[in-house]
Design a binder for this molecule. Structure first.
Ligand SMILES: Cc1ncc(COP(=O)(O)O)c(C=O)c1O
Length: 366
């Protein structure tokens, strides 16, 4: 049979057909200043690199099911039991898995915005319906508005805490109020936990509808290996694992994760470097006339409105200098005037500031 491509397109699920194509994005060379993905600018611990080298020779074998020893080490690290933990191919993987388990096509996922785009992308992939609820002007949660939006077919609520891209934390009492008032799964994404040391993971037994997400991408500097994990009631973890792939986390990542958890001193030293650099960068950006939102993470949300410039203009002018930040102009819940930059090394931050000086003078002189 010769298949007409129009017919093929009709075979694709409508929820996938309506999504945007992925592109490789612009080329970034070795000289690029890369602050657009919120990554740690420092390499993994030398002990992690050694563990990766050692495990490489055994990659003819499949990895351990349920994460093997990494699950036990994460239990020690988090204070949860191994049965309360699920390990995934980055926390992105878990965001999608939760929707697979709890949301049927046409059902709703509640999303306070601005927030992390993967929540609504994963919802759409699974045929769910994202429902956006605007955060307050200071990016807090409007609990009454959230509760008012919970319908019988609302199945999951995603709250990043601290939030991406706004970098702020919502107080524990507010999250507890949400847990007490909504009748659906509540996912609290603590991807930046090590930077703010604020968690509600201790509440997973009190609230079986709570799932806490964590990641080894940011503070542990393992974004390229894709290791995320969730903490939840054992029954929730059991259901999530039933739907997961048999080997979602590869063998190299498991060994690297174990070594990274062992080298806490390295993680702590990197966090201290970021925390020392962050206020300097905040002040210097403010001195350039930009508004910088308070940050509990390793990135900053920058408002370009005080300069009367749309963020896309500045972001493009930076790209022309091979400096990359993320444009958040016109993303759900935000206006035209926001970009996000990671806190990089002192040299990277200096390059960003110099680049912005050029970008601002070019943009205001046209
Ligand atoms: C709030 C939040 N959750 C999850 C992720 C994804 O983390 P991972 O690399 O573990 O998939 C990010 C990455 O930027 C994030 O900001």
């Amino acid at each position: 049979m010769t298949l007409n491509l129009d017919t093929l397109e009709q075979w694709v699920s409508p929820s996938i057909r309506s999504l945007a194509s992925k592109t490789v994005g612009p080329h970034k060379d070795d000289q690029a200043i890369r602050l657009d993905k919120g990554e740690l600018p420092y390499p993994p611990s030398p002990k992690v690199v050694e563990a990766i080298t050692q495990v490489a020779t055994t990659c003819n074998r499949y990895p351990a099911v349920l994460g093997g020893v990494l699950r036990e080490r994460l239990a020690t690290y988090t204070g949860a039991s191994p049965e309360q933990l699920i390990i995934s191919n980055g926390s992105d993987d878990l965001i999608e898995l939760i929707i697979k388990v709890f949301v049927q096509p046409g059902q709703q996922v509640l999303l306070p915005v601005p927030s992390f785009f993967v929540y609504w992308h994963a919802t759409q992939v699974m045929g769910g319906v994202p429902v956006f609820v605007q955060r307050t002007p200071d990016f807090g949660l409007d609990v009454d508005a959230l509760v008012a939006k919970v319908a019988p077919d609302t199945k999951v609520l995603y709250i990043a805490n601290p939030n991406n891209p706004t970098a702020n934390l919502v107080a524990r009492e507010t999250l507890v109020e949400v847990l007490n008032r909504v009748n659906c799964m509540v996912v609290v994404d603590e991807c930046y936990f090590e930077l703010c040391q604020t968690t509600i993971a201790d509440l997973v037994d009190t609230y079986p509808h709570l799932i806490v997400l964590r990641s080894l991408s940011k503070s542990f500097g393992l974004a390229g290996l894709r290791i995320g994990y969730g903490i939840a009631n054992t029954q929730v973890v059991d259901y999530l694992y039933r739907a997961a792939q048999l080997f979602p986390v590869n063998k190299v990542a498991i060994s690297a994760g174990i070594a990274a958890l062992k080298d806490q001193a390295y993680v702590e030293a990197n966090i201290q470097k970021i925390l020392a650099e962050k206020p300097r960068l905040q002040q210097a950006l403010t001195d350039l006339g930009l508004k910088v939102h308070p940050s509990e993470t390793n990135f900053l949300l920058v408002d370009t409105q005080p300069l009367n410039l749309q963020s896309k203009v500045l972001v493009k002018a930076l790209q022309e200098q091979n400096i990359w930040v993320a444009d958040f102009g016109s993303k759900p819940g935000l206006g035209d005037h926001y970009f996000r930059t990671a806190v990089g090394t002192p040299a990277e931050n200096q390059a960003l500031l110099k680049g912005l000086e050029v970008a601002i003078s070019q943009s205001t002189s046209v």
